[in-house]
Write a protein that binds this ligand. Structure first.
Ligand SMILES: [Zn+2]
Length: 90
């Protein structure tokens, strides 16, 4: 693997098709080391099928998204949780 990566804002387009909110401001928690931070702070590698987002703390894969003509594959197994800010429900 090379050290060439993009920041998590590269996920805005592909994930914007799936989520109606700006997912780059959501906070992910890495399943590898527990580091919590905005999706925009992940390191995104585009030299694979789709996009692979790795933790800046431990380099584990936090999420992957692959778009094919019929849909998208979203793999979140590398994150304990994804906290998505939303307008108040009240
Ligand atoms: Zn980590």
């Amino acid at each position: 693997m090379t050290d060439s990566y993009l920041d998590g804002n590269a996920l805005a387009g592909p994930l914007g098709e799936i989520f109606t909110v700006d997912i780059t401001v959501a906070r992910s928690r890495c399943a590898g080391c527990g580091q919590t931070g905005p999706v925009a702070a992940l390191r995104v590698y585009a030299q694979a099928p789709g996009l692979v987002a790795r933790c800046a703390g431990c380099d584990e894969v936090v999420l992957r998204v692959v778009r094919d003509p019929a849909g998208a594959w979203l793999d979140l197994r590398g994150s304990f949780s994804l906290r998505i800010p939303l307008p108040s429900a009240e």
